[in-house]
Design a protein around this ligand. Sequence first.
Ligand code: GLP
Length: 242
Amino acid sequence: MKTVIEETYEEMSRTAARMVAEEIRRKPSLVLGLATGGTPLGMYKELIRMHREEGLDFSEVITFNLDEYYGLSPEDEHSYHYYMHENFFKHINIKPENIHIPSGTATDIDKFCEEYDKEIQRVGGIDLQVLGIGRNGHIGFNEPGDELITETHVTILTEETRMANARFFGNLNNVPQKAVTMGLGTIMKAKKILLLASGREKAVIMAELLSDTSVTTRVPASFLHLHPDTTVIIDREAAMEL
Ligand code: GLP
């Protein structure tokens, strides 16, 4: 795992955006895995700026998002569909048919999950997957546990994760209990992975992840130690406990 420490959130975001842009310029039809949450917002802003000012072209890029809340429709302003359109997709020239986000409302959700993984394979697999990390070490919505699931699946969110995300929902009761997420296998098959972490609340988990190379289902992100091409970009605050 390669680690880059930047002084500020803005610098972390710029470095991440530059890496994504470099991959798109190298392969215009890049299959890009995307994350939500607070962390990648600065990266999306920078990519939008690069699109507007430097002509970064998304017309052939294909995206697959990591996860979605179970039960939320795409129109729900708390859904990751809504987040992605508002914070990224509506500002760039991506083709709507090239956007993939797990459905939170599919009638046959298991079938949907199976198709989602198949679709990723059909386009040749994910070239670059952007990840954030939960304070408990989750990636996507793969929560710590006795076992981890390989494929895209429905998962039950931990209280800790629901509490961490309550800030987006007004209060804890409004946070869904479940989510649809890519599995660890789906994520690990990505050719390149970029994990971003920012702020003091991520310092303990980043120290744990970066100082200990053992792999445990108790820290889902620890599986990234097995991945051949993962870069971690963190800001000074997230690096505080290293
Ligand atoms: C959320 C998302 C993850 C995200 C993580 C961290 O629950 N499902 O994909 O990486 O938690 O979020 P944040 O960046 O807001 O700290």
